[in-house]
Design a protein around this ligand. Sequence first.
Ligand SMILES: [Zn+2]
Length: 609
Amino acid sequence: MDNFVVSARKYRPVTFDSVVGQSHITTTLKNAIRTNHLAQAFLFCGPRGVGKTTCARILAKTINCQNLGDDVEACGECESCISFQNNASFNIHELDAASNNSVEDIRNLIDQVRYPPQTGKYKIYIIDEVHMLSQAAFNAFLKTLEEPPGYAIFILATTEKHKILPTILSRCQIFDFNRIQPKDIAHHLADIARKEGIATEKEALELIGQKADGGLRDALSMFDLNVTFSTDNRLTYESVLENLHILDYDYYFKITDALTSGSIARSLVLFDEILRKGFDGHLFVVGLLEHFRNLLVCKDPATVTLLQVSESAERKYVEQSALSEMSFLLSALSIAGQCDINYKSAKNQRLHVELCLMKLANLPGILHLDSLPAVDETAKKKVEPQPVTTATPVNSENRSTGTSPDGNTQSVQQSSARPNAAQPTAAQPTAAQPNAAQPNAAQPSQAASAPSRLKNTVPLSMTAPPSGPAKETVVKPQAETPVSHARKEALTLESLQTAWFQFAEKRKQAGNSTTEEITLNKGFSLNGKTIEIALDNTHQLEALQNARYDLMGFLKSRLDAPDLDINPRVAPQEVNRLPYTPAEKFNYMAEKNPYLLELKQALGLDVDF
Ligand SMILES: [Zn+2]
């Protein structure tokens, strides 16, 4: 039986052109060799397993090649190339600084540098993990690095560039290696699989590419692992999922489908399935956040490139993104983000995630209330105390026949509203003005009004606890907020103050924190299109930052000021120290009553320290 050689070694690139995903570096190096402008010290930075050492070795081999081709690639046939290939070349020295980081090790290296190469033109010194060198070793190295003999080339490699001393950095030509794109990794793996005679599914390789997070060596190890596990020399998507213990992203698509259709039940069952498979709840939440993020970047053609997924997945994301509303995604990100932050401190973590899912499933119902009529300020006062009557059927009918392009969420939201207590309350204002509903809902400005709707909804759904009665508070202020004003007010300090006050009131009713209430009651001034607000401390600043998104959204929805901005400042704290030492106490008292000083002088008193 042949010795098994891991793919990372067996398929280590031997020419510049075969290096995966670092063309910016290989091209530069090749040009430098071609024009004879090779630096004598290089620093290769980048994550692990992206080809730093490989590139260093290729460089060493190439510049020593005796018959270098026009394409600036080593021939692989000359004496020098063969000795490199057999790891028998005397012209390359590798030092692992992680285990050889003392001054002695560096002195040994410097001693070797003194001797010119016996064969070939250059001696190459590769120092891996160079950031691990001790301070003294660094210092011992500096001189040699600055003025190396003409035949010596140093290649320092590190994963942590920030730990390298500036004196070293300034002496090196720095190359930053990229994380390798999942697509490139998958492509490379497919090549290897073909050579090894392994049947693979494209999705399986793309999955490995993603899981490797830019590191080709990791990807190759995973590839080997999966090949070892497979009994029939086949790599399927399912087997890779299982072997690498990855949560199938299909689950996120399914859960999102359930959430956008308002199905709490389906989302909970799916979550249960995920837990049963042995996945951690927190990982699930993080994955869900990433999923929402991916859907969000699909919304705009300009950001689709930020989607780092396989091609088949990309299609799915674009499809689901088209079906999910922007307002839903933004709110969902916010809610799931909160869940992520608080996960560790939750006593019952499963329930914590489940609550998050419930809130998310509830979102479509809440968001769509806003596409209903804007209720008049005066009318709403009358509406509120009215008992719930026949509102429900009218309401739901209106909604399901709305002209939203997203039929999906609309039709299901009735069912989402049903299980919670919110519906009757939510229905009230609609019932009071059923006529106003039609013209408004018929407006094609669905997409345009989406963000403003969102801003009105997020904080409420987030701050309110998700218990039954609390839902009423979740939805009630919703209806009071006239969202789509036909005409916005011009931006003046007065109109701003009015809108600001309304927002503060709304938050108060939603049960905001005391700090936020105080913060929102602070005075402010208007400087052009910027609100200048002075705060007392960082707590207030934090509260304002938390509310900022909703606040600005609300103000912009009221005022004709799309580029309105806010500039919060924390006023420097007044030093209000209490007198502590006797001298301080005396000075403090003397300040209040100058006669004390006279008394002290007259009687020749002294302060007892
Ligand atoms: Zn050669």
